[in-house]
Structures are given as C-alpha cells and as structure tokens.
Design a protein around this ligand. Sequence first.
Ligand SMILES: C[C@H](O)CC(=O)SCCNC(=O)CCNC(=O)[C@H](O)C(C)(C)COP(=O)(O)OP(=O)(O)OC[C@H]1O[C@@H](n2cnc3c(N)ncnc32)[C@H](O)[C@@H]1OP(=O)(O)O
Length: 817
Amino acid sequence: MTVTMEVGNDGVAVVSISNPPLNIINAAMIAGLKEKFGEATRRSDVKAIVLTGKGGRFSGGFDINAFKKPRGDTSSDEPSTSIDLIVNTIEDCKKPVVAAVEGLALGGGLELAMGCHARIAAPKTQLGLPELTLGVIPGLGGTQRLPRLVGVSKAVEMMLFSKPILSEEGKLLGLIDDIAPSKELVRASRLFALEIANRCKPWVRSLHRTDKIGSLSEAQGLLRAAREQAKRTAPNMPQHLACLDAVEEGILHGGFKGLLKETSVSKELVQSNTTKALINLFFAQRATAKVPSITDIGLKPKHVKKVGIIGGGIMGSGIATSLILSNITVFLKEINSEYLLKGMKSVEANIEGLVTRGKVTKDMATKALSLLKGVSDYSEFKELDMVIEAVIEDVPLKQDIFSDLEKVCSSHCILATNTSTIDLNVIGEKTNSQDRIIGAHFFSPAHIMPLLEIIRTEKTSPQVILDLLTVGKIIKKVPIVVRNCTGFAVNRTFFPYMQAPQLLVHLGVDLFRVDRVIRNFGFPLGPFQLQDLGGYKLGKAAGKEYQNAFPDRIFRSTLNELMLKDGRNGKSNGKGIYIHKKGSKPIPDPSVLPIVDESRKLMNIMPGGKPISVTDEEITEMVLFPTINEACRVLDEGVVDRASDLDVASVLGMSFPSYRGGLIFWADTVGPNRIYSSLKKWSETYGSFFKPSRYLEERAMKGMPLSIAAEATPSLKSNSKLTLERLLLSTTNEWLSIRDGEIWKLKQIDNGMLPVLKLCYDQMQPCIEHCFALCSMFPKDSLFYSFELIHLCMAHGTLSPVRENEESEVYRAAAHE
Ligand SMILES: C[C@H](O)CC(=O)SCCNC(=O)CCNC(=O)[C@H](O)C(C)(C)COP(=O)(O)OP(=O)(O)OC[C@H]1O[C@@H](n2cnc3c(N)ncnc32)[C@H](O)[C@@H]1OP(=O)(O)O
C-alpha cells in the first residue's frame, strides 16, 4: 500500500493511491494522503493537485475489514476521516484538487473524489455508493455531497438501490466534470486543475453547493416518499432510514451539520447486528471463489462457448436464458417439436420479462435470442463444450441420457446435470466418464436466482470443476462448489426446513400460522407456500430420496399423498395449500383444512390426541433448529469447504434473510448450546427427527461456534497445541473472561502467541464479539486476545468453564482493577 506524489514541470502534483487490486482505503492510506497533501500544500512549486488511483481502478472504497470491529469497541479513526481528510485536507485545500477517476470509484472511493474540486473520468467508469448493502451508510460525506452534485432524487436512488452508474451518465448528471480516454486521463486532469488554479474554471466545494437541492418542500417530499418505500422494501434494514435522516439533516441545517450526523449514525450502525451480518455475507461470498486444490493449483479455465441443454422445462429454459444473455450459444434439446416449441417460447418469455423490468435492453434481448438454437436430436452435440441435463428427477432416464451423451459428445465435453437431489455417482453409473460428470444445480427461476451449486464427486477432475466455476461467474451467478451426497449442500440442509412444518402441523399447529411466523422471521415465503411452488409431485420424488438416504430422521407425512389424491399439485395447477391465480398473490385455501385433519388422523402423533401449544418463537425454532442440525452434519461430512459457504447458500438459494447473516452465522448468534438443548428436549418428546447431531453436540459442549468448520480444527491443532499448553503452564498472571454468563479462567499470554491468535481471529469473530458485549469493563486489547485464546483452549480441551457464582469474588476483583 502506497501513496506517492510526483510534481511535474507544469506545477501539478499527481498524488496516486495504490493498494491492489482495488485501492481500498485504510488507515495507512489516509495517513499517506494527509502527508502528501500537506507536502503539496507547503511546496511553492505546486500550483494544483491531481488525485488518482494506480492500476486502472480509482478505489473500491473504504476497507470493510475495519467494520468488523468487536462490539463495544467504539474507537474509530478519530478525528473523523470525513472531516479530517475529506473536508480539512482535500476540500479546504489551499490548492485546487481534481480527481482523475478510472475503472471504479465506489463507496469511500467516490466520496474521496466528491471531496475534490472537480472530477475527470475515463469512459465506462463505475460510480456508486453501495454502502447500504453492507448495512452502513456512506460515511465520508457521500450522503451530503452526492445530493449536492446530482440532486436529491437521483442521489437517494443511487444510495438506496446501491446501484452504480457509469461515468457517461455521471457527466450528464453533473457528478463528473469531463470524460477523457484512459490514456489521456491524467493529462486532462492536470490541465483542468491548472485551469481552476488560474481561475479559468470554477473552484467548487461540493459541500457548499445548494443549487441542485431544490426547494425545501420538494426535497422533504422526496425524502418522505423514499422513507415509505424503504419501510416497505427493506423493513429490517435500519441503514436505509438512517441514510435518509443524514441527507435530511444536511438539507435542513447545512452540509457540515449533515456530515456530523452522517458520522454519528455510521458509528452506531457499524455496531449493529445487521451490519455484522451483511459484512459476514460480503466476505463469505468472496470466499466461495476460492476452492482449495482447484483455484490455487495454476489451472487455466477453458473457454466454454457452446452449451447443450437437455430439457426445455422451467429449469432448462431458465438455464438457457442465463447462458444466452452472457453470450454463450445454447442448443436446447427436447424430445419432440411440440415440447421444443414450448421450451423456446419459455426462453423468449423469460427474456421479455427481463426487458419489461428494465433489466435487459431490447438490443441485448435480440442478440441473446440469436444464440438460441432448438434441436430434437444429438447431431450438433459433437461440437459442444458442455451439456447440462435438466429433465425430470428420474434415475433411469438420467442414466440413459448420460450414456447417450458419452457416445455423442466429444471426450472433452463437460457433462453436467441439474439434478437437485440424486447422487451423481448413480446418474453416471452407466458411463466411463466419471471424471467429467459434474452437478450444475440451478435454483428456480434459474435466470433470476443467483446461486449455482456445483457438485463434484470424488472422480470429477479439477479442470472440469474450474471450468464450470468460470461459467458460473460469466453468467453472473455465485457458484459454490460442494461434495456429492443426497440433496447436496442446499437441499440437504433445508430438507428439515420443509419437514419440520409438516411435523408441527401434525402436532396440531395451524399451517397458515407456521407460514406467517416464518415470514415474520424474514423469509419471503412460508414453507407451505414454498411447497406449493415446487409442486407435490416433485415433493414426493424428493421425499423418497431423503427417506432412502436418511431413514433415521425423516418424518413420513401423509399430507403430500392426500394433496395429490385431491388433485392439488400446488402452483402449477393453481391448487395447493393456497389458491394460485395468475397475476394475484396466493390466498390461503380453507378447503385444504379437512385434508390436513385427515392426515392428522392417519399420523396420530399429537400427544394425548390434543394439539400442542407453542409460541411463535418456538415455531421458528422448531423449524430452524433442525435445519441448523442438518447443516452441522453437512459441515461434519465436509460437504462444503467452509461454514460460511452455507451462509451464502442459505441466503441466495433458500432466501434466508440476509440481514441475519446466513444460517450458520445466525445459529452462532443464537448459540450452539441453546440449539442443542432445545433439540435434545424435543427429541425426547417428539422423536428422532430432532436428535442433535454429533457436530452440534460437540460444539455445544465445548462452547465453540458452529462456524469453526471441521477442517479448521486440525490446522489450529497443528499450529498451536504445544505452544498453547506451554504458555498456559509457564505464566502466572491470571485472567478472567466471561462467556455466556460463565466465567472462564486463563493465564496471561505473551506476545509469542499473537501470530497464532491472529490466525484464528476470522473464524472466531462472532463468538469474540458476543463475549465483548458482555465484558465491556475489561481492558480492550487484552480481552480481545484472551477470548481468542479461550476458544483455542476449548478446541484443545485445555480449558473448562467455572460457574459465575463459584468465582464471583475473583470476578469482581478483576473487573474493579
Ligand atoms: C466510509 C465509506 O463510506 C464506507 C465504504 O466505502 S464501504 C465500501 C464500499 N465499497 C463497496 O461496497 C465495494 C465492495 N466491493 C465490491 O463490490 C467488489 O469487490 C467490486 C465490485 C469492487 C470488485 O469486484 P471483483 O473485481 O469481482 O473483485 P472482488 O473479488 O470482489 O474483490 C477483490 C478483493 O478485494 C476485497 N475487497 C473488495 N472490496 C473491499 C472493501 N471495500 N474492503 C475490503 N476488501 C475489499 C475482496 O474481499 C477481495 O479480496 P480477496 O481477493 O482476498 O477475496
């Protein structure tokens, strides 16, 4: 990370920031900027300053790692970077400053540029303030300067939707003063800066402008409407309203007051659960791109240009839509011309829908559709780079298709299946091509849902995995590589989520109440609504797979069968637990209740024949704790590489509420111990469906977070066991810490431990933060490390808890000190 300065003969100092790959702004960069700006201001040979970023990208913003601060740590870069750097150093600089912006200027990057007196951008530069997606608000003056540069309406839109614009639009809006080709960017910026210095161009401090704000009543009207919209569309995201409050403060009381409000709101938000959850997801999502022994062994992805899709149903046509929109030619194969026409029409309808919603331009749509070819035989398949099978979940049918594909495709063609549950080894059983067989599990609707679950078997070659991973990224999905098992990572984890509601209903709970409670938790649909969407035929087929694979923990409900007997297949035929009419929301169907009663009679599991009484919170937990329990098994078996993969998968594949950070992140905030105790209690009353898994039990007993994945433990062991034990024995000072209301004793640590502790920091963050909330009275740094150490010790079984009441004297003495 460097900040450099070069002063040219023209008297312009070019200050360049460099922190590859995205020139992320951190404390060292801020210090560097202040130093170089101080020097440029003092030097008499400097008339003007150009601020630019090295490596073709101005800046991706402020370092998000800084937001991972433990709860209770209210320290920040005092005095506020917003005032100290952007106002005092840049905006109030005695010499004109022009930002030369290229590639992207996002978040703090754009805020840095807006603090300058003018901005020159290269073509197609992305400009945006995406902070709200991370649970924070723009904190370097964005809430004040953007409305002053582009107007309140556009600024609010850019911030609330976190959607960047291109520099061309920025120029029209007044955010950018001029566009210059990349090669000319710095030269054009130098000239512009000199023109300001020579008073040939205005010297504009954005924060002082009012001309774009409009009248007070107009601005307040816009903010009112935006607040209403935010309450509707982002009800659990406090940052949206907080952002609007900061904008309003600046409009009512001036830009500087607005900055102060922005700073104080930012500090509060950084401590919020929502921010911690969203930041967890940001890094979790990036981690999915790194697949051990696949992306780190120097393989080069092959260029996949032509893909065959077998089956033009909902899934096949959705996948085809995604591919052709990303410039990949698709050969869609169906068994006859009638089905083929239907499939092609379905792709067209998908694309039309995207055009109507403004997601795709008409030109893009025409180009995409020109890449779609319908076929009813395999004659074109010789030339393909990949085939994705997307037919119904029928094992013999899939096996036949794969043995045909092996014959008709070239030997380098990737053979993928979109199955959502069936074991890949079974699908490929009749072939000799196991090394190129892979799962490409899309989620419905495939052209909209962002997740792509990539399933590898023990035999799938690393090259094939890398190639599909690359295709996933090209078609703008978030690919997660998982290992083969029934249901893979996502459906396997979530099968109890579909089963628990069935169990609850048979215990006497109202099924519409279950849906309502789960929606209130933050899922967009309740589990029964979801069942209606998937259809009861599919539910039956998937249920069979789970019954075979996990007979010890399946709830064999009779409801599905009765629904089908009554002609209810869910949304596809308009009749399910809800009534589905085109163009309107599903309505609960009271006529389903006699069927539910019949099923209850058949199952006869209500204790004493009476419905159980449960609170809404218990309903949520009885649905989600078994889901977490299954996620624990998925982690234990190594189906995913990291626990955080399940956070991403749950949010993007199952619509788990993002503001709760993903399934495992949320589970760790609830606490493994509580989840374990509840499941244990329910398993004793209601049976093995709730039986806690070994992984959950172990973590509950040791007080370890679930997010420390199975594979992390050996690396901790190998790095630290001996050192830890030696240190624990050789030092004499005693430290105390509290966790979940319990006091833990441990010995003081010395600096030699710090590298080991750092290693564990990321994995242990949620737990450390939880501890922090309880222990704000302890000296900060020492506590920080002690908690990491505690978890290490627990992982090694070298530390056991001592109850608070037994040690309360010692505890009080330490706190007092
Ligand atoms: C005070 C201010 O108002 C607050 C802020 O500025 S908050 C930050 C605002 N900026 C953002 O939200 C942008 C976040 N970044 C992104 O969306 C994407 O990284 C991007 C669109 C800029 C680039 O995407 P892409 O080229 O695919 O690169 P991507 O893989 O995401 O990122 C490259 C690396 O930079 C890291 N990174 C990206 N943005 C980061 C940030 N703001 N802070 C810390 N690290 C960041 C990524 O984690 C990744 O690290 P890794 O290689 O170790 O996994």
